[in-house]
Design a binder for this molecule. Structure first.
Ligand SMILES: Nc1nc2c(c(=O)[nH]1)N[C@H]1C(S)=C(S)[C@@H](COP(=O)(O)O)O[C@H]1N2
Ligand SMILES: [Mo]
Length: 317
C-alpha cells in the first residue's frame, strides 16, 4: 500500500482531529470498507516516509491496546514534557518549530553485529506499523491514554543482532542547542539519555512510536521517533531518538543522573513506592476530575511483572 506524505508542519490547527471525530471516521471506515484502520485509509499520512514509493503493511491494531477512553488529541499535544523545548507543560507545543526533523538519521552502536547509521526511512522501512493504545503515567501524578502508531522495539533490536555481551540498550535524544533553546540551559545533562535492561527492551509491550491518532508524531511528542514503555513512568519514554546502543553495563538515564534519590533507573510505575516528595498511589487522568488509583506497572503487570521477580522494587525503584 502506498502512503502519502504530509509533514507535521503542514497540518493546520484547524485540521487537527478531535478524538470524537477521529472515532467516528474510524467507525465509518471500518463499516464501509470492512478493513482495519490503515494510515492512508484514515486520511492520515505517514510521517517518516519522505520516500513516496515506500510500501507499508496495513496498520494493525495491537492486542495490547486498552479500550479505555482516549485522551483528547489537543491535550496529548499541548500538555507535554520535553525539556529541550522548555520546562513548562505548554512550552513544547509553543516551541515545537525549534525541533528540526529533516534530515534525520539513527545511529546503531555498541555490542551488536550490525552497527551503522541509517536514514530514518531505512530505519523504519522493514517494520509494520501498528496502532497501540497505551496508558502513559507521569511521575508527577497525571496520566493519559494515547493511541500510538509505531512498531515493536524487540523487532528493531533483533534486526541489529545484539551480541551476548549486550545486557542493556541505551537511547539518546538529538543534541541541537542552536535550535532547541532548552539545551542552552543546564537544567539537565544534555543530551537526554535513557536505558532499558535487554529483557525489558525485548518485552512485546515496548515500542518505538512514529505517530499518534493516526497522524505523524507532532514535534512536541518526540518526533520523528520516540520510545514508549507503558509500564514505566513517562520520563523513560525518551523522545526524538538519534542513537541506540547496546552495552554490557547499565547506561546512564537522565533523570536518574540528575536526581538519583528521586528517580531510579527502573522507574516502574509503583503505587507502593512513593516519590520522596509525594505519593504515587493516585493519579489524575487528564480530562477527568476525580483521581483514580494508580495500578502496579501502570496496569501492565500481567505482561511485565515477571521481569522483576526476585528484585526488591523498593531498592530498585
Ligand atoms: N528527550 C526527552 N524525552 C522526554 C522528556 C524530555 O524532557 N526530553 N520528558 C519525559 C517525560 S518526564 C514524560 S512524562 C514524557 C511525556 O511525553 P508526552 O509529552 O508525549 O506526553 O516524555 C518523556 N521523554
Ligand atoms: Mo514525566
Amino acid at each position: 500500500m502506498l502512503i502519502k506524505i504530509q509533514s507535521a508542519a503542514d497540518v493546520q490547527p484547524s485540521e487537527i482531529t478531535p478524538e470524537s471525530i477521529y472515532q467516528k471516521r474510524r467507525d465509518f471506515l471500518r463499516n464501509s470498507i470492512g478493513i482495519g484502520l490503515s494510515l492512508a485509509a484514515a486520511g492520515a499520512f505517514s510521517p517518516l516516509l519522505a520516500k513516496p514509493d515506500l510500501k507499508l503493511n496495513q496498520l494493525v491494531k495491537s492486542k495490547y491496546s486498552t479500550d479505555e477512553k482516549q485522551t483528547d488529541f489537543k491535550d496529548i499535544t499541548s500538555y507535554n514534557n520535553f525539556y529541550e523545548l522548555g520546562t513548562s507543560k505548554k512550552d513544547p507545543s509553543r516551541y515545537a518549530h525549534e525541533l528540526k526533523t529533516e534530515p534525520w538519521s539513527v545511529t546503531i552502536a555498541g555490542e551488536c553485529e550490525k552497527p551503522g547509521k541509517l536514514t530514518l526511512e531505512d530505519f523504519i522501512k522493514p517494520h509494520a506499523l501498528e496502532e497501540r493504545i497505551y496508558r502513559l503515567r507521569c511521575v508527577e501524578g497525571w496520566s493519559m491514554v494515547i493511541p500510538w502508531v509505531g512498531f515493536s522495539l524487540a523487532d528493531v533490536l533483533k534486526r541489529f543482532q545484539p551480541t551476548s555481551k549486550a545486557k542493556y540498550v541505551a537511547f539518546e535524544t538529538l543534541f541541537d542547542p542552536k535550535n532547541l533553546h532548552g539545551q542552552r540551559r543546564r537544567v539537565l545533562d544534555w543530551p537526554y539519555v535513557e536505558g532499558l535492561r535487554m529483557d525489558e527492551a525485548m518485552n512485546p509491550l515496548a515500542m518505538l512510536a512514529v505517530g499518534l491518532y493516526g497522524q505523524v508524531l507532532p514535534n512536541q511528542n518526540g518526533a520523528p521517533l520516540r520510545l514508549v514503555v507503558p509500564w514505566k513512568y513517562g520520563f523513560k519514554s525518551i523522545k526524538s531518538i538519534v542513537k541506540i546502543s547496546f552495552s554490557e553495563k547499565q547506561p546512564p538515564a537522565t533523570w536518574n543522573v540528575s536526581q538519583p534519590s528521586e528517580y531510579g533507573f527502573y522507574s516502574n510505575v509503583n503505587p507502593a513506592v512513593p516519590h520522596p516528595r509525594w505519593s504515587q498511589k493516585r493519579e489524575r487522568r487528564i480530562g477527568e476530575f476525580r483521581k483514580r488509583k494508580t495500578l502496579p506497572f501502570n496496569g501492565y503487570g500481567e505482561q511485565v511483572a515477571s521481569l522483576y521477580s526476585g528484585m526488591d522494587l523498593k531498592k530498585y525503584f
